[in-house]
Write a new protein. Structure first.
Length: 157
């Protein structure tokens, strides 16, 4: 089976091990992080680097965001160099951050105008779960997007 190209945005305590698990599972991965040095280990493992969230989206079938809070999700999704500016109709975004439902609805609404599907998929399990690929993932969104992304989610939790 041809594996989906994944863009991963946010390589902190949780995001970096999650991205590593996707690489180990054989997914083509493009990564972006505000602090570019946090990309180094993943680049050494074979990931590609992006200069912006927009570029990560342009090069991906699925973009995963794992950032600190609501304002960060809004910035990487809708900001001047955000995912929305690299959007294409086949793109799905999975936000795995724990954020405000109001911000989630705003991001879903704006991305849908560009034909992008979105899953809201916050996680529980901390750094240990991220490293072990055993996170509990609570997913909301369109069933077809969930079905498309399920193999990826199963690598993470």
């Amino acid at each position: 089976m041809n594996k989906k190209k994944i863009g991963f945005i946010g390589l902190g305590v949780m995001g970096k091990p999650m991205a590593m698990n996707l690489l180990k599972a054989g997914y083509p991965l493009t990564v972006w992080n505000r602090t570019t040095a946090k990309m180094d280990d993943l680049l050494a493992m074979g990931a590609s680097g992006a200069k912006t969230p927009k570029e990560a989206a342009q090069r991906s079938d699925i973009v995963i965001t794992m950032v600190t809070d609501s304002s960060d999700v809004e910035e990487v999704a809708l900001g001047p160099q955000g995912v929305i500016h690299g959007a294409h109709p086949e793109l799905t975004m999975i936000d795995m951050s724990t954020i405000s439902p109001t911000v989630t609805k705003k991001v879903v609404n704006e991305l849908s105008k560009k034909g992008v599907k979105m899953l809201d998929a916050p996680v529980s399990g901390g750094e240990t779960g991220a490293i072990g690929g055993t996170l509990s993932i609570m997913v909301g969104g369109p069933k077809e997007a969930f079905d498309e992304c399920l193999p990826i989610l199963q690598v993470l939790g």
